[in-house]
Design a protein around this ligand. Structure first.
Ligand SMILES: [Zn+2]
Length: 120
């Protein structure tokens, strides 16, 4: 499935136990069709103290061990883009703006969305 959700977007969860929650997309995994959303679908993992071990790049592991809270990826189809202009969950349409020939346009208010995380 082709998604237009990009890292840095605000999304709302459409289904599941986190339904209705909003958050910022931390990462998109197109190959898996999932995205990680800040503060949404947080899972707790217990860890043993790992004083000599290198920290993983998937989040800071506490040196003393304990409980790690980390977001688990959500399926992209369970996420709805939230427009930054009208603050509403909305569909995105492809359209032209002065800057982009294939811009993402809010289907509700017509405002173009940010194009990528690079410009943020
Ligand atoms: Zn809008």
């Amino acid at each position: 499935m082709k998604t237009w959700i990009l890292k840095g977007d605000t999304v709302m969860v459409l289904r599941g136990k986190e339904k209705g929650k909003r958050g910022i997309v931390k990462a998109v995994f197109p190959a898996r069709g999932t995205a990680m959303v800040e503060g949404v679908n947080v899972v707790k993992r217990h860890s043993k103290p790992q004083p000599q071990q290198q920290q993983s790049n998937m989040g800071a592991a506490p040196r003393t061990g304990g409980i790690i809270e980390k977001e688990a990826p959500l399926p992209l189809e369970a996420l709805q883009y939230v427009c930054e202009a009208c603050k509403s969950p909305t569909r995105l349409q492809r359209g032209e703006t002065k800057e982009h020939r294939r811009a993402r346009i809010c289907a509700r208010c017509g405002e173009p969305a940010r194009e990528s995380a690079k410009s943020a």
